[in-house]
Design a protein around this ligand. Structure first.
Ligand code: ZN
Length: 238
């Protein structure tokens, strides 16, 4: 069976972080055309959105075959999410672990909302493949990153929109060190360096200090997870 052009197009949830940058490269290796989608939900580090542009520019210059595949870069504003969350991502509150082992950066159902908006956009654009960086290995306890959740949501979206969407989560079973290895597999040292330099992970939105794993405060849970993954990856490849 030959694929129709639209069925060879993917929409990648692209926040500008390490995970979504790796997912973007993964999609560029597999699909004929790739569009990207970022959400502006009032997070206090708009820096994430700037990192998206820098990463996209870097991806274009890294591989000529990727340049031709990259399509529209969409941004959807969802200010409502900030209204219903009470976390360090959207307000000036210190990041700490709350009840049930969930950090207070958790926005309940955030990925469900993101994927539903992504599917609505994909529907309009005739795209059936949606790629996200959800991961249940390093998931910090977020229940909307679990594989079961994603599978259930895919079924709900397909029923509710009468489409055959496929939700791809290439990082689902990987830890952060394995995610760096995947980046190397997809784009060798050039891609690893690009993601290290230009992606953003820090919850506090800091890009002042340059560590061997990239920029960030070095202290928040996201920085610590990224640093740990980098150290394990570097030890494996040494
Ligand atoms: Zn940080």
């Amino acid at each position: 069976m030959t694929d129709q052009p639209a069925s060879r197009t993917a929409l990648v949830l692209f926040s500008g972080g390490q995970d979504s940058a790796t997912c973007l490269a993964w999609a560029l290796q597999r699909f004929a055309r790739v569009e990207t989608l970022g959400f502006d939900y009032g997070q206090r580090h708009v820096i994430e959105l700037q990192c998206r542009d820098n990463l996209l520019a870097g991806m274009r210059s890294l591989r000529p075959d990727w340049t031709g595949k990259l399509g529209e870069n969409h941004t959807l504003a969802i200010p409502t999410l900030a209204e219903i969350s009470d976390t360090a991502l959207t307000r000036n509150v210190a990041i700490e672990m709350g009840e049930g082992g969930l950090p207070n950066t958790f926005v309940p159902g955030r990925n469900l909302v993101f994927l539903t908006f992504a599917a609505a956009l994909a529907y309009r654009r005739g795209i059936s493949h949606i790629v996200g960086g959800m991961c249940e290995t390093d998931y910090s306890g977020y229940p909307d990153c679990r594989d079961d959740t994603i599978k259930a949501l895919q079924a709900a979206l397909n029923l509710g929109m009468a489409r055959q969407f496929e939700l791809h989560t290439p990082l689902m079973r990987l830890d952060k060190a394995a995610t760096w290895s995947l980046a190397h597999e997809l784009g060798e040292a050039g891609l690893v360096d690009l993601i290290r330099e230009r992606s953003h992970t820090c919850y506090l939105g800091e890009r002042g200090a340059r560590h061997d794993w990239g920029y960030g405060c070095g202290e928040c849970p996201a920085c610590r997870l990224r640093a740990k993954g980098w150290r394990e990856y570097a030890a494996r490849t040494a």
